[in-house]
Ligand binder design. Sequence first.
Ligand code: COA
Length: 386
Amino acid sequence: MTTPAPTPTEPAEVSKGLAGVLAGQTEICSLSGTLRYRGYDIEPLARAGDFEEVAYLLLHGELPTAAERDAFQGRVAEAARQLPSPVIDALERLAATAPHASPMDALRTGVSMLGLVERDDTPGDREALLAQAERLLGQTPAVLAAWLDMTGGRSVAPWPDAPLGAALLERLMGRAPTPAEAAIFGTTLVLYAEHEFNASTFAARTVASTGSDMHSAITAAIGTLKGPLHGGANEKVLEVLGQIGTAERARPWVEEQFAAKKVIMGFGHRVYKDGDVRAKLLGELCRALVAGTEGEAIEALAAEVEGIMLERKKLKPNLDWPAARVYHALSLPVKVFTPIFVVARMSGWTAHVIEQIGDNRLIRPLSRYTGPAPRDYRPLSERSAC
Ligand code: COA
């Protein structure tokens, strides 16, 4: 088929997957040199592991004072404790009907329902949007924990009185985490919080650019994150490690995947071609976490796979590679790995939606048409089956 010549307004080249395309601007996050949130290097933020301070920074533009941080934590926890009863009732009925549904689907549906019951008298108002974002930060982990209780046949437990990361971890583990467990979990939330124009954030900004509402944008973002090439990869990583089993099996297993033209989950990245700074940082913390435990065997296997991927494809791990191992070391079920990513990325998504609305232009790219050449329409009566 011959490719039609571009029209005068059409660029000559198509960038498949929008790779390398500057699709907008943002003050929230930069990836040049290293990852920075609003100008702050990711490393000290991640080592502090204080999700509330990072979520505040992303949403409000500056790091909070101690008083601002505590007030913020209080507002978020209040939202977690006060899920609207129509949403709880609907989730209970859905859990009884579809107990095996993915928690990602429950979150996507839960956020959509929260949008349905919430009254928005001042659409587009910045303060109202910030308040919605703060509520979503608390409501999302609470919906996740409630769904797990409902589908596990338990009554919904109260939201713990702790910072968001430690509170969610307590709800997921069924016991209060140790300080070391809460610290590394907080670090994963900080590392997952924001990442510029990734697929789910771009989806959220596209929805917001049409003049639609916060909950519609976030619902689209959750659906986008679910895919295994994006957030869903952290669940697939544990499948990979389970399938390989032992370090000796690593090379033949990886070669089998290459031969079948399959990608190895947890490796490669659209933007980081020389390694993901987040993966390096969390990989070190993960090895320290499991030192002296049975988890060392998984670390040895992971190191073997990393060596093979570097040697064979020059590919380094992305954040999902160590994050899955950390969550596994914390004995969390695989089905909550991507939902935890949702809880963290809610901060980045909502910040981007607010930024998009504050300086909006409809996101509407072009496509290159490659279908049939122009042809004449014939009425149905003239089209005979042959
Ligand atoms: N395993 C094996 N090969 C991989 C790979 C992986 N994880 N990631 C990339 N490659 C290969 C591609 O197949 C391509 O090979 P080719 O040139 O022979 O066709 C080459 O490396 C370049 O990849 P590229 O096209 O630049 O990747 P992308 O930017 O289109 O895709 C991802 C980026 C993240 C979608 C891709 O790396 C991937 O699928 N990774 C696994 C899923 C994952 O971990 N997702 C989480 C991302 S944070």
